[in-house]
Write a protein that binds this ligand. Structure first.
Ligand SMILES: [Zn+2]
Length: 110
């Protein structure tokens, strides 16, 4: 496994589904809690670095789910992963990172 991905999983508490406690690494996935996976794809090494440099952001936006729970979440919440009326999460786009981090430094330090 990609060492950075492993580091993110460690920040998130290790290999265990947040919803059902399954620990089988073969079916565990990193979920973008608020559905911003398109803006913050973990396939992008720069995005990985942003999460690794900001553990608070990492823990706020990401969680470990098994495939079943991930799928159920997608079915229930749609692609956005956010219930209707729920407030928008603190989220950042790659291009905004330096400015946002500077302006909200307290939010990104745990
Ligand atoms: Zn699960």
């Amino acid at each position: 496994m990609n060492p950075k991905r492993l580091e993110i999983i460690e920040i998130l508490g290790g290999f265990k589904c947040k919803h059902c406690d399954v620990v089988d690494t073969r079916i565990l996935e990193i979920d973008h809690i608020f559905g911003n996976g398109k803006e913050m794809p973990l396939s992008d090494p720069d995005i990985m670095d942003i999460y690794l440099d900001n553990p608070y952001l990492c823990k706020t936006e990401l969680q470990i789910l098994c495939r079943n729970c991930h799928r159920i979440k997608s079915l229930e919440h749609g692609d956005l992963g956010r219930r209707k009326g729920e407030p928008k999460p603190i989220t950042v786009k790659k291009k905004d990172i330096p400015r946002i981090i500077l302006e909200n430094m307290d939010r990104y330090t745990s």
